[in-house]
Design a protein around this ligand. Structure first.
Ligand code: HAM
Length: 427
């Protein structure tokens, strides 16, 4: 026998009925985000590597260690997208929205790729649903997006979620905070890991995000960004919190939260879940303000705010609600013989047009096996078509739960309306 080829480690198939739970999350996101004025954007899965290096930052783990980068046949360095914010910013500029639209609101759903160590809730191909808003500097949009997530998760039946918020500062605040971090970490430099020694010169904020225990212990007493905020940034942060509080959105200040991507300025947030199903990956959503990214990618200064969440983690947080269930057929047509199968196929075609889920048994197997299959699929009705039924053009609709039968005066597709009526009545 030929050797089997397995899927790539950390990249999962999503099969029915699990895919039904995914569809539920996607449909809820589409419904909720549409209500807030967000339109869906779809971008390529592959982008030029430079976009992520410039957009997310060379010193981040995502760019430095986790990207799936390859050279294509024309010697271009391309990367499977590790996230969507950089790709959306590119699209925003490429399609000239900065000049033509004062406010742009997008949402997205798709697979992302990061070469990470595998854990429950952490994969190498994972799906993100996220949103980005461009053109609004005011703090109420920060609150509005967090409230939008709250509405989505409420719709999905997940409670017990808290938004952890912080403000990492912007412009001058950041310069002062950076200097404070350098002053704090420099005496500890010998105890920091090799990566953090490099980060100290490159981007000391990244040290706060290091997972190495000794670095974490040192970082525990590092200065916190909120202490370095200028009045305008502080007013923004207060404004966002006031709006969240008035909407009744649960949040708490998390002064150590910095996030792992370099483009954030000002507000950052993560939503954490207390669900035990999530293992160590308790962060369900991450996002924040990134007012410098569009300019950094060659566009005009444009305020922006966004977030993304992992669909796999959302499903884990949903617990039982995140387990998919198939759609049982309203009617299962059991058949015997080629002519019966053809009649069943034609009849089913007409009934599906009327909106019913109908499954036809096309294999020549025993009636007993066919009924067992109908039961397994949890079909509401079974209609058996064999030589007798064909000859008389009559049959019986068997209601599986009550084991009662209802005669059908015709099995012709032309009479499907009457059959549809019979199915609809008892459903
Ligand atoms: P992020 O925090 O890197 O942010 O990812 C957002 C979410 O994606 C995480 O909270 C988690 O739910 C999910 N996620 C990340 N990595 C994995 C993984 N390896 N396996 C499973 N799920 C994962 C961003 O990606 C930003 N682009 C969010 C954003 C949008 N900020 C502004 N706009």
């Amino acid at each position: 026998m030929a050797e089997l080829v397995a899927s790539v480690k950390g990249m999962n198939d999503i099969l029915p009925p699990t895919s039904a739970a995914w569809q539920r999350v996607e449909a809820a996101a589409r419904r909720v985000f549409t209500a807030y004025g967000y339109g869906e954007i779809r971008t390529p899965i592959v982008e030029h590597t430079e976009l992520f290096a410039r957009g997310i930052g060379e010193s981040t783990d995502v760019v430095g260690k986790e990207m799936y980068t390859f050279t294509d046949r024309s010697d271009r360095s391309l990367t499977l997208r590790p996230e969507m914010t950089a790709g959306c910013a590119r699209a925003y500029l490429e399609h000239g929205l900065a000049g033509s639209e004062p406010v742009t609101r997008w949402w997205y759903c798709g697979p992302m790729f990061r070469y990470e160590r595998m854990q429950v809730g952490r994969y190498r191909q994972f799906w993100q649903i996220g949103a980005e808003a461009y053109g609004v500097a005011e703090p109420t949009i920060d609150a509005e997006q967090i409230a939008m997530l709250h509405a989505l998760y409420t719709d999905l039946g997940v409670d017990g979620l808290t938004a952890c918020i912080n403000n990492v500062g912007a412009g001058e605040d950041r310069v002062r905070y950076r200097a404070a971090l350098v002053a704090y970490f420099t005496p500890h430099v010998a105890s920091l890991c090799g990566d953090c020694q490099r980060r100290l010169a490159q981007n000391p904020l990244r040290i706060l995000d290091c997972k190495v225990p000794t670095c974490r212990a040192i970082a525990a007493d590092a200065p916190q960004p909120v202490a370095y905020l200028a009045d305008a940034t502080r007013a923004h942060f207060d404004g966002m919190q006031a709006a969240l509080a008035e909407m009744g959105i649960p949040f708490r200040l998390e002064p150590r939260l910095v996030r792992g991507l370099d483009y954030y300025t000002g507000t950052v947030f993560e939503i954490v879940s207390s669900s035990a199903n999530l293992g160590a990956q308790t962060t369900v959503v991450g996002g924040g303000r990134y007012d410098g990214l569009i300019e950094q990618l060659g566009g005009p200064a444009t305020p922006a705010f966004g977030f993304a969440f992992g669909v796999e983690r959302a499903l884990l947080a949903m617990g039982a609600a995140g387990v998919g269930a198939g759609t049982p057929p309203a009617l299962f047509i059991a058949t015997r013989g080629a002519a019966a199968r053809q009649r069943a196929t034609v009849l089913a075609q007409a009934l599906r047009t009327a909106g019913f889920v109908v499954e036809v048994e096309h294999r020549e197997v025993s009636m007993k096996a066919q009924l067992r299959r109908a039961e397994k699929l949890a079909a509401t009705y079974v209609l058996a078509i064999g030589d007798d039924e064909l000859a008389k053009n009559q049959g019986a609709l068997r209601h599986m739960a009550s084991r009662t039968e209802q005669p059908l005066a015709s099995l012709s597709a032309a009479d499907s309306a009457a059959i549809a009526q019979a199915i609809a009545v008892a459903r």
